[in-house]
Design a protein around this ligand. Sequence first.
Ligand SMILES: [Zn+2]
Length: 142
Amino acid sequence: MHINVVCPHCLKVSSVKKKETYTTEHCKECGGSLLESKPLNANLAILDYFIHTSDLPVIVDFWAPWCGPCLTMAPHFEAAAMAMPLQAQFLKINNDNAQIQNPTIIIVNIPAVLVFKDGKEIDRFTGARSSKQIIKWVEKYL
Ligand SMILES: [Zn+2]
């Protein structure tokens, strides 16, 4: 079985064979590694594109630079993303910009981490969590 994933380097779609674990996997378009799964700094347009393009769950962290718990969680969110290449796709969105651009995704408290699958939000949590807790939460939706 093949799945469509979005390349974090060029944002083109690559079709990859679904496996339990990966040792190497490259984008057919730019040659960049699809295993570099550091959270991508995105905006709502990029989020929308990922949601409708990737076959993987899309995990997005809404944060802001003035938010202490957001900064506390940032390295944990990054560690979770790095631990799960080609299992889920991780994005970060600065919520200060997002709320001005588009009010369709209502974020009350941050950090807020949302999971999208099959084109829609299926769950979220708010407040800082550890990388272990984030991984455990994401695994429910794989
Ligand atoms: Zn690429």
